[in-house]
Design a protein around this ligand. Sequence first.
Ligand code: F6P
Length: 343
Amino acid sequence: MRLAVMTGGGDAPGLNAAIRAVGRRAFERGDSVVGIRNGWQGLVGEGDSIELTPQAVSGILHIGGTILGTSRTNPLKRPGGIDEVQRNLRVRGIDVLIVIGGDDTLSVASALHAAGFPVIGIPKTMDNDLPGTEYCIGFPTAVETVTEALDKLHTTASAHHRVLVVEVMGREAGWVALTGGLAGGADMILIPEVPVSLDDVCAHLDRRRKLGKDFSIIVVSEGVEMPNLVSTEAVHERDEFGHVRLDRRSVGDTLARQIEAKTGLETRVTVLGHIQRGGPPNALDRVMATRLGVAAVDYAHDGRFGVLVGVQGNKLVPVDLAAVAGQTRGVDLELYELARTFF
Ligand code: F6P
């Protein structure tokens, strides 16, 4: 077979581990592999791709980012975009496209499959919010980064008796905030799935002071909604999938200012940003990305198309791409309740 592999959307630690696994399994099975460069951008216009060799996928298991590059290009926004994508795949003699991506990238993959091209998806987003899978490439490493940051922020918050607001990524779901916050001992976690008011936050901080706790750490997802919290500048700039720039919403900064104004408690903000997406994948991301990459090639040989390789109960299962596209999987609210025990 002649396979192609691409990475689309935001990068995440573990992408190279998946690309390596696709390559190694494919070469073992006698296939050839094309690497599509920069996500869907590499399949519009003239296209942009490289032939992957065993050397090209060697030595990349532990490296962050993606050797193929990525983008937030959306071919569905261009007239005849899916035809253009199919033409580029045909010109390169590709039989099957393996798409490593989150909900945006996979929604295009789903449309491509609906148009008749054999596609297989691999779940990737440090937001961890894809339906049909309990694991997405990049999430465990991002959580580890948040945990390490909280360990460091604890000592400085404690030394200065301050409130520290820590803004983490998470567009529509609070997986990173909740899991990282739980692991790092956050004193309050604010996520999109559970609305909380500024009054609730300040009352909680007050209660903690009265209990003799003279510092507090609040983890907030960048996607949280609260009245008067969001800088209006944010709504003007959108990517090709219609998403606002969440970093421009400045949720953490605004929340920190409002807490300080309302409670008089000295408050600082730390925005972890792309640190959560950079650097080497942890052991779990390496192992899972490797399993997913190998499975995707095996799915291609089994003729299982139009599916995502999902993880359910540590088993790999095919999940219909149409059921994943454009959907969000919110956090487990039982886990949030558990985290509240430690607020
Ligand atoms: O891909 C998801 C995500 O990591 C979000 O959590 C975050 O809002 C967004 O990407 C940031 O994207 P960019 O790197 O394009 O600014």
